[in-house]
Design a protein around this ligand. Structure first.
Ligand code: MTE
Ligand code: MO
Length: 596
C-alpha cells in the first residue's frame, strides 16, 4: 500500500460535511471533444502532409531512396534466373539436386499429412487480423516517421525515414513532423490519428496472439508441427536445392499435402516461431512502464531498438505475404487453395471458391475500417479500452524505480511536442520570470494551497534521470529537478474520496480549451512521479513546459502535462472535460491509461 492510501484511510471525518470539490476554476476553461472526425478541423486543423518513399541513411548524411530496390531487384532476379539455369547444366549441381530434391524427410511422418479444418480456419483468421495489424502499424509509424537505433532520437541520426528531413527550427514539434497515408492504406488513414490506430493495433494484436496460442497448442497436440519445424540439418541443402530449382524456373514437384520443401519449411518456421514471438517482444519493448521497470534489459534493448526491430518484422511479414501468395498461385493454385482454404486434397475449384469468399470478407473489412473509424471514433476508443485497457492498467502496476541512467545518458536532443502557449496571460507571467506564477492545488483535499515558484523551490528537492517515451514513438533521456508528487500529497492531504488527480495546463490544447490530463492517485506515490521546474540543471525552457510540468514515468509522454497551472483531486475523471480522462483522450480518442 502506498503512503497516500494509508493517510487517507486514517483521515478524520471532515467537519465541513461531505466533501465537495473546491473548484480550482480550471474545469470551466476546458473544451468538449467531438464524437466524429471532421478532416478539416481534425487535430487542430492539421493539414495533410504525405509520407515519402523510405530513405535509408548511408554514411553521415546521404539518403538512398528505397524505391530503387524495385529496378535493382528486377535486374538481380534476371541475373539469378540466368545463373540458376546455367547451374543446372553443371553435373555436380544436378547430382546435388538429385540427392536433396527439396522435401524435408521428417515432415512426411504420420500426423502431419494434410490440412485439418482448424488449420484452414486459423489461417483465414490470421489473414484477417494481419490486415488490420499491418495497416494500423503503418499508421502508427507515420506519426513519428523516423527509426533510430538509440534512445536519443536525434533528427538526422535516424537510419530510415519516410518524411522529409526535419527542419532546423528548434521548436519543431513531433506533431508537425508526422505524415499521412492515403485513407485506404493507413488505418484510419488521417494524419496524427495514432490514438485510434493504436486501438486497432493493440486490439487486433490481442486477437492475433490468442489465435496464435491456440495454433501453437493444436500444432503440438496433433503432430502438425512436424510439417513446419525442421528436425534435421537436411533442411538447409534441401532449401538451397529448392531455391536453385525455383530460380531456374524449372520448379520442384509440389507435394504440399504431404510435405513442404526446405524453403517453405524455413520460411514458415521463421514466420511462426521467430517473427511472431519477436513481434510481441519488440512491441512490449516499447512500453515506458516495462522499460523503466526492466531497466537492465532496456538499457541495451532500448525502446528505439525495439521500435526499429518491430518495423523490420513488419517488413518480413509483408515480404513473406507477397512471396507466399505469389508461390501459391504459381505452383498449382487449385491444389494449394484446396489444401489451405478447404482442407481438401483435390484439384477442383472448391478451394478457389472458398478462397474467393474469404477474400471478399477481407476486402469488405479493409474498405469498411477507415470510414467506420472516422464516423465512430468513440466506439473504437471504447471497444479498444474494454479489451486492451485491463492489460494497460495491469502494466501500470509494475512499480517503477529510479533507473540506471546517469548524466552520461542524457540525450543531446529532446524533441518538443504539443501546442505551445501563446496567451497574453502566459506572456505576462513569462516576462516577469514567473514571479507572479501560482500553482493552484485543490479539489478533494483538506488543505488546498497556492504555490509560487519560490514556494515550490523551498520544498524538498527531488531529482531523477529518466527516459521519456512519446506515444508517437520518439524517446529521450533528461534529468528532471523539482518536487516529488508525494511531497505535494503530504502537503494538501487528499480526502479518502479522491481517487484521481487532474493536472491542468495554463496552455490550450490543439483544438482550444485548456490541456489537461488525469492520473490515478496511487501513481502519485511512485518514486518517479514529480513536478519538474528544472531540466538538465537549467530552469525548464518555454518549449519544455516553463515554469512547471509533470513527470510520471509509467505513462506515455502526452500525460506529462506541461505549463502546469493547477492540480485538482477528484473522485473520478469522468466529471472533468468530456470525461475521457484528458485532453487527448477527449479530442483525439487516446486511452487514459497508457503504460504501453
Ligand atoms: N500543456 C501541454 N502539455 C503537453 C502537451 C501539450 O500539447 N500541451 N504535449 C504532451 C506530449 S504529446 C508530449 S510527448 C510531451 C512532450 O514534452 P517535451 O516537449 O518537453 O518533449 O508533453 C506533453 N505535455
Ligand atoms: Mo507525445
Amino acid at each position: 500500500m502506498t503512503a497516500v492510501s494509508h493517510r487517507t484511510r486514517s483521515a478524520h471525518p471532515d467537519p465541513r460535511g461531505p466533501a465537495t470539490a473546491t473548484d480550482t476554476g480550471f474545469r470551466a476553461q476546458l473544451s468538449r471533444g467531438e464524437d466524429r472526425i471532421d478532416r478539416t478541423t481534425w487535430a487542430g486543423g492539421i493539414p495533410p502532409r504525405p509520407a515519402i518513399a523510405p530513405r535509408l541513411r548511408v554514411g553521415k548524411d546521404r539518403w538512398f531512396n528505397l524505391l530503387w530496390l524495385i529496378p535493382i531487384g528486377l535486374v538481380l532476379l534476371l541475373v539469378a534466373v540466368a545463373v540458376a539455369q546455367w547451374l543446372r547444366t553443371v553435373p555436380a549441381v544436378e547430382h546435388f539436386i538429385a540427392t536433396y530434391p527439396g522435401d524435408h524427410p521428417n515432415s512426411s511422418d504420420s500426423g502431419a499429412i494434410g490440412t485439418p479444418w482448424w488449420l484452414a480456419v486459423q489461417h483465414f483468421v490470421n489473414i484477417l487480423f494481419m490486415m488490420f495489424i499491418i495497416r494500423s502499424g503503418w499508421q502508427i509509424l507515420t506519426d513519428h516517421p523516423r527509426l533510430y537505433w538509440t534512445r536519443h532520437s536525434r533528427p538526422g541520426a535516424e537510419w530510415v525515414r519516410i518524411a522529409p528531413k526535419a527542419p532546423d527550427d528548434p521548436l519543431w514539434t513531433a506533431k508537425q513532423d508526422s505524415v499521412d497515408l492515403p485513407p485506404q492504406v493507413g488505418l484510419p488513414g488521417v494524419r496524427h490519428s495514432i490514438g485510434l490506430a493504436r486501438w486497432w493495433h493493440l486490439t487486433m494484436d490481442t486477437g492475433w496472439l490468442l489465435n496464435g496460442v491456440v495454433f501453437y497448442v493444436l500444432l503440438f497436440s496433433t503432430g502438425q508441427w512436424r510439417k513446419i519445424v525442421p528436425t534435421s540439418w537436411d533442411v538447409f541443402p534441401n532449401a538451397l536445392s529448392t531455391l536453385v530449382q525455383y530460380a531456374s524456373l524449372d520448379f520442384p514437384v509440389n507435394n504440399g499435402w504431404v510435405a513442404y520443401n526446405g524453403l517453405q519449411l524455413l520460411a514458415y518456421f521463421v514466420t511462426v516461431f521467430v517473427a511472431g514471438p519477436l513481434a510481441l517482444v519488440t512491441g512490449l519493448g516499447m512500453s515506458p512502464a516495462l522499460s523503466t521497470r526492466l531497466h537492465r534489459i532496456s538499457k541495451h534493448f532500448s525502446i528505439q531498438l525495439a521500435r526499429s526491430l518491430h518495423a523490420l518484422i513488419m517488413v518480413w511479414f509483408v515480404v513473406f505475404i507477397v512471396m507466399h501468395v505469389t508461390m501459391v498461385f504459381t505452383t498449382g493454385a487449385l491444389q494449394n487453395l484446396n489444401a489451405m482454404f478447404a482442407a481438401r486434397h483435390a484439384g477442383d475449384a472448391v478451394g478457389l471458391a472458398v478462397f474467393a469468399v474469404a477474400m471478399v470478407v477481407v476486402i469488405v473489412a479493409w474498405v469498411w475500417a477507415s470510414p467506420f473509424t472516422m464516423k465512430h471514433p468513440r466506439t473504437v476508443q471504447k471497444v479498444g479500452n474494454a479489451i486492451v485497457g485491463p492489460i494497460q492498467r495491469r502494466l501500470e502496476k509494475v512499480h517503477v524505480e529510479p533507473g540506471p541512467y546517469t548524466e552520461a545518458d542524457i540525450s543531446d536532443y529532446f524533441w518538443h511536442n504539443g501546442t505551445y502557449p501563446d496567451s497574453d496571460e502566459y506572456r505576462r507571467l513569462a516576462a516577469g520570470n514567473f514571479a507572479d506564477y501560482r500553482l493552484k492545488i485543490g479539489g478533494l483535499v483538506d488543505h488546498p494551497v497556492e504555490l509560487s515558484l519560490a514556494g515550490l523551490r523551498a520544498l524538498p528537492h527531488h531529482e531523477q534521470i529518466t527516459q521519456h517515451y512519446c506515444i508517437q514513438g520518439w524517446s529521450g533521456v533528461a534529468k528532471w529537478g523539482g518536487v516529488a508528487m508525494s511531497t505535494i500529497v503530504d502537503l494538501v492531504r487528499p480526502r479518502p474520496e479522491a481517487k484521481w488527480v487532474v493536472f491542468y495546463s495554463i496552455a490550450d490544447g490543439s483544438d482550444g480549451g485548456l490541456y489537461y490530463d488525469a492520473h490515478p492517485i496511487e501513481q502519485m506515490a511512485l518514486p518517479l512521479t514529480m513536478l519538474a521546474y528544472d531540466m538538465n540543471g537549467e530552469p525548464l525552457s518555454y518549449g519544455h513546459g516553463a515554469p512547471l510540468r509533470l513527470r510520471n514515468e509509467v505513462q506515455l509522454g502526452f500525460k506529462h502535462v506541461k505549463w502546469l497551472g493547477g492540480i485538482e483531486f477528484v473522485a473520478h475523471f469522468s466529471e472533468v472535460g468530456s470525461g475521457f480522462g484528458g485532453y487527448n483522450e477527449d479530442h483525439e480518442y487516446f486511452g487514459y491509461s497508457q503504460s504501453i
